[in-house]
Design a binder for this molecule. Sequence first.
Ligand code: CA
Length: 258
Amino acid sequence: MRVLVVEDDQSLGVFLRKGLMLEGHEVEWVGDGDAALEMAAQQVPDLIVLDLGLPRRDGTEVLEAMRRNFPSTAVLVLTGRSQVQERVRCLDLGADDFVLKPFSFHELMARCRALLRRHEHFADPVLRFGGVEMNRMERTVSYEGVSIDLTAKEFTLLEFLMLRRGVCSSRAELLTQVWHSTPAAGTNIIDVYVTYLRRKLAASHPEDESGELVIETVRGSGYRLRDKRRIPRFEQPSTQIQTAQEDVQAVVELARGA
Ligand code: CA
């Protein structure tokens, strides 16, 4: 499912994005109200996790605009404002649910799952990023309109990179999440598969002989998909969080201290 996180607290934004991504969602994260509406117009999300206190355009204004323009998107409001009137106003404006800060990450995820279950039937099974289009239901992939045959493992690796939407994935993360194995010293399986993928993506595009225009090597870190056509948003910090478990723990701590 496609989730848009709108949160101006950078650390919280990073962790929410990663936590939702690890649940298998395609997640975008923006830090202000204008960028939220711009991003939603580009690709209508199934769910918006929306902070109320935002720069440029307040969360309630975003909520109103979302309801007017994208009525099928579920909206979960994150708010530090505990007044009852504020919550009533959000619900009246069309929020589907809200969570008070500080919140438990597990509760937030459970509420997201509940909202997404209701929207499942309307979800678009197609992921799109950097000229690559992937239909997760039909298991088909095309690059700049040319279809590409991938093995099951190549498909899963590309799917993971697409879900990260341009954020760097370390080799350790790819081994854990795609190969479900413990990172063993000296293994180069990731690099081998990235080379396979690059070859297939580049085969019908002579201008991208190496395939590096699609899958970029981040020196000393890992790999990420490249998309030059993106609208500006936060610079993604290259946080290399070791495991999903630590990541979720960090979110819990962060949310509690928020
Ligand atoms: Ca805020």
